[in-house]
Design a protein around this ligand. Structure first.
Ligand SMILES: [Fe+2]
Length: 369
């Protein structure tokens, strides 16, 4: 029988995963949907059609570990509830993830590091590998690429005794709705963007080379066009460079979104130049990107690599400009779901009337690897 007590919410499942509590996450969606995106560590039971047909024997030939709880997952939390009810009949401790993958879209965790007195907290939306940052020095902080409810960042700031002085985005995102503007409104932070950003709302412009001072440190603005024309990196001395979607730990940003072939080639050349510029930074500088090409595990491990490690690991960074352009433009993945609508809303600075879970659900397609 289906009952409400079979449901588990996303924050409980997130905390179980973060604390390494044994759990079987059982994905009951059709295989094609799972191939698009899935919860890291989950397993698949190909029972979707049987569950839809109310087949009471759907799980008869599926072997599952009875020593730990099972959390069933589907797209929106309905079919998984049927699955949970069947497994409960079989004696499992079982829960259905309320809201399914649409809720999973918002699951997040953090990882952090302290370098020369500056604390960097990487706030990771697991589902699409989205990485945002709150960087604190003394009693002030900056937030880069806010991707979750503003309260998440305000709570982190409060806990650390920080006042958020600036908020910004490394670029106009096309794969998730920026929460930077909301965070600016919910705090006393100044919303800054590079002066080349073409958006429909007012912001405080900063130019290439300028420094954003906060606490006892500052971030230097480095214009790194290519992925988008306004793409910006932020350098924290010789310790860290926040590279947005320009340079990842597993690839580089795609230069093709909202671009025809000629424009993609032009942006690819700009991306090459921007990457070369980043590669001249101190080799020990840590690269902290705005994305990971895969879902982020709940392991507390900072997603980062030094410039010298990436130079060694990523062969595409060793190419000449013409080879790089050929390489990137020949390996372009399918576009992210709803990217035109999302980029448009981010340019507009408001997503009123839209449901973020509906727009943002789906595969992570930010990188060329
Ligand atoms: Fe991007």
């Amino acid at each position: 029988m289906i009952t409400e007590d079979l449901k588990i919410d996303i924050s409980t499942l997130s905390s179980w995963l973060e604390s390494n509590r044994p759990v079987t996450v059982l994905d009951v969606r059709p295989r094609s949907e799972r191939e698009e995106w899935a919860i890291p560590g989950s397993i698949h039971a190909d029972v979707y059609d049987r569950l839809k047909a109310n087949d009471l024997n759907a799980f008869d030939k599926i072997a599952l570990d009875k020593s730990m709880p099972v959390v069933t997952v589907c797209t929106a939390g309905k079919t998984s509830l049927k699955a949970a009810a069947l497994l409960k009949e079989k004696g499992f401790e079982v829960y259905s993830l309320a809201g399914g993958m649409k809720a999973w879209n918002f699951a997040w965790s953090t990882a952090e590091v302290v370098l020369n007195g500056v604390k960097i907290i990487q706030v990771r939306r697991s589902s699409k590998g989205i990485l945002s940052y709150i960087i604190g020095s003394h009693d002030e902080a900056i937030v880069l690429d806010a991707a979750l409810d503003p309260q998440v960042y305000l709570n982190i700031a409060n806990k650390n005794g920080w006042m958020i002085k600036y908020v910004t985005d490394t670029h106009i995102h096309a794969d998730y709705l920026s929460r930077t503007r909301e965070l600016a409104k919910a705090s006393i932070a100044t919303h800054v963007l590079i002066d080349t950003a073409r958006v429909d709302y007012a912001y405080s412009p900063v130019s290439n080379g300028e420094c954003l001072k906060f606490g006892k440190t500052s971030l230097q603005v480095i214009h790194t066009p290519g992925h988008t024309m306004e793409s910006t990196s932020f350098r924290l001395g010789d310790d860290v460079v926040f590279t947005g979607d320009t340079l990842f730990v597993d690839g580089v940003g795609r230069p093709d979104l909202k671009a025809d072939n000629d424009e993609a080639i032009r942006r690819s050349k700009l991306l090459y130049t921007s990457l070369q510029r980043l590669l001249t930074l101190n080799p020990k500088t840590f690269v902290l990107p705005a994305h990971l090409a895969t879902a982020v595990p709940f392991d507390g491990m900072l997603i980062s690599a030094t410039i010298e490690k990436l130079k060694d690991k990523l062969d595409m960074l060793k190419l000449t400009e013409s080879e790089f352009v050929k390489y990137t433009t020949s390996r372009i993945p399918p576009t992210p779901p709803n990217y035109l609508r999302i980029a448009g809303l981010n340019k507009q600075g408001s997503y009123e009337g839209y449901v973020p879970a509906d727009l943002e659900a789906g595969a992570n397609r930010c990188a060329i690897a």
